[in-house]
Design a protein around this ligand. Structure first.
Ligand SMILES: [Zn+2]
Length: 264
């Protein structure tokens, strides 16, 4: 079904939009095993669909300008640009200078987390105990992908990430909860690259909280080339305009609120 605008979902404030793109026309169709990772370059206009094959699987994701990885996804700037802490159909993911990296052009889940961050050995020990120290963790997967694939990414580039399909609702007083997921088998989120973009994914191996339903499962990734995507989905949402002051983008230095401080 093709729809011009995102449509309301039964969950208040949740928007969804199905995409008419045909999986048979994708130039790439791969499955990432539970706990594994993926690093891929998207050209401008290419579209990536992430399918939650079995439901309630957190897919931790980072985005970078493929030509300057210092210009990377910024949770703070993205929340400000979209005026919402959740990502959904029509949201634009931006870098620390407000420049668009990717826009969500399809989403049948309706809510994705910007705040929960990635699991790590350290956070697993703090949250779950010493026995969790050597469990697989997203931060290790990010680092392994970054170092193994010949891209100019290092540990310091692992900033605050998106958790696709993960449900981290804000409480009325601003607290965070790791809640049971709202995704289901076959639901997907779809991103259009607004410039050459590196996509780094950890298909979360977490066993100790409900982000994966205590059972990590595979994710399917499809990529359409720009021409096929534009022709197949002419009504896809446009990128949101930047909301950052022009002076921030005029060569006066990069803002430091990209959420990367804890990772340095
Ligand atoms: Zn994780």
């Amino acid at each position: 079904m093709s729809t011009t605008a995102p449509t309301a979902d039964p969950i208040p404030g949740v928007l969804t939009r199905e995409s008419p793109l045909d999986p048979a026309a994708a130039r790439l169709d791969v499955t990432v095993a539970a706990g594994d990772g993926w690093l891929h370059r998207l050209r401008t206009g290419e579209v990536l669909r992430i399918v939650d094959l079995c439901g309630n699987q957190a897919v931790d994701t980072l985005l970078y300008d493929a030509d300057d990885v210092g210009r990377r996804y910024s949770a703070a700037s993205t929340i400000r640009t979209n005026g919402n802490v959740y990502l959904r159909a029509g949201s634009t993911l931006v870098d620390g200078e407000g420049g668009a990296l990717a826009t969500i052009t399809g989403d049948t889940c309706g809510r994705h987390d910007t705040l929960g961050g990635a699991c790590s050995q350290e956070s697993n020990v703090v949250r779950y105990g010493e026995h969790a120290r050597h469990m697989h963790a997203c931060r290790n997967t990010f680092l392994r992908m970054a170092l193994d694939h010949g891209e100019p990414l290092t540990k310091r580039d692992l900033a605050a990430n998106v958790n696709f399909f993960m449900n981290v609702p804000l409480t009325p007083d601003g607290g965070l909860e790791f809640a049971d997921g709202i995704s289901a088998p076959g639901r997907y989120v779809q991103l259009r690259a607004e410039r050459p973009t590196l996509v780094l994914i950890s298909n979360c191996p977490q066993l100790n909280n409900p982000c994966n339903g205590y059972d990590p499962t595979p994710a399917r990734l499809l990529v359409w080339d720009a021409e096929t995507a534009a022709a197949g989905d002419p009504d896809a949402p446009a990128a949101a305009p930047t909301t950052l002051p022009a002076v921030w983008r005029a060569g006066g230095g990069r803002p430091t609120d990209d959420g990367a401080g804890a990772a340095r």
